[in-house]
Write a new protein. Structure first.
Length: 244
């Protein structure tokens, strides 16, 4: 009900909504919402010091904190992914995952353990910088340009191994290759001895999540990438169809 609305909070949220569509200058905000200059400046300044927006030149842009570049993945969608994920894990024998983007991290949303005694271990809620894993890289590759730029502006390019893509230019080129081929590989980029193959879950032309298999490099060796990537893509396509 209108009597319970907080006017200043509402104005700030209107600005955040608008910035999800495009970057805006102080003048843009004034004209778009008919705020006076003092109000517009105070709102933008507050959002900036709270870490929700940052100023680049004369324009304001959202940071990853807002979550506008995070994928939305509801509990219902999460559980719908389990049967295809289980079948994938059972067929290949390796641990299978669902990952979602949250800010500049990829978060594990679902796990089906592989059958091998020596296997990768992860738990729901585990997270890591998005560029370190196949799950994260394949989500980045299928974001729209504005979402990708927003994440990369905030992403600390931590180098975990000698194979990690810690150079921004090389990472961008790598993401183009991933998008063209439809899948991503973590080739011992997170941990030496560990490899991972991931494909995107796309609903209504938007990347919602990613699914992946992972295991020791001596089982998931490079010669198997083409065959295994087909199975991972088939699984992600099934999940995408279930959620459409």
């Amino acid at each position: 009900m209108e009597q319970y609305e907080v006017a200043t909070l509402k104005k700030g949220l209107l600005i955040i909504d608008a910035l999800q569509q495009k970057d805006m200058t102080l003048t843009d905000v004034i004209h778009t919402f008919s705020f006076n200059k003092s109000t517009a400046f105070r709102l933008l300044y507050t959002l900036e010091i709270m870490g929700y927006v940052k100023k680049v030149g004369h324009a304001y842009t959202l940071t990853g904190k807002v979550g506008m570049s995070s994928t939305t993945y509801s509990p219902k969608e999460n559980w719908l992914s389990v049967p295809p994920l289980y079948e994938l894990s059972n067929e290949i024998g390796e641990t299978a995952y669902v990952g979602i983007l949250y800010g500049t991290n990829v978060v594990t949303a679902q796990v089906v353990d592989g059958r091998h005694s020596i296997r990768t271990h992860s738990e729901v809620g585990d997270y890591a910088p998005v560029h370190l894993s196949a799950l994260g890289k394949v989500i980045l590759a299928f974001l729209n340009e504005k979402q990708l730029d927003s994440v990369l502006k905030e992403l600390p390019l931590l180098q975990k191994t000698e194979n990690t893509f810690a150079d921004l230019h090389l990472l961008k080129q790598h993401l183009k290759v991933i998008k063209e081929q439809g899948y991503a590989v973590d080739d011992e980029e997170t941990e030496i001895g560990l490899r991972c193959i991931a494909a995107p879950v796309i609903v209504k032309d938007k990347v919602l999540a990613a699914i992946a298999i992972s295991g020791p490099s001596w089982r998931l060796h490079r010669k198997m990438d083409k065959a295994l990537s087909k199975k991972v893509i088939e699984c992600s396509s099934r999940i995408s169809a279930l959620l459409s």
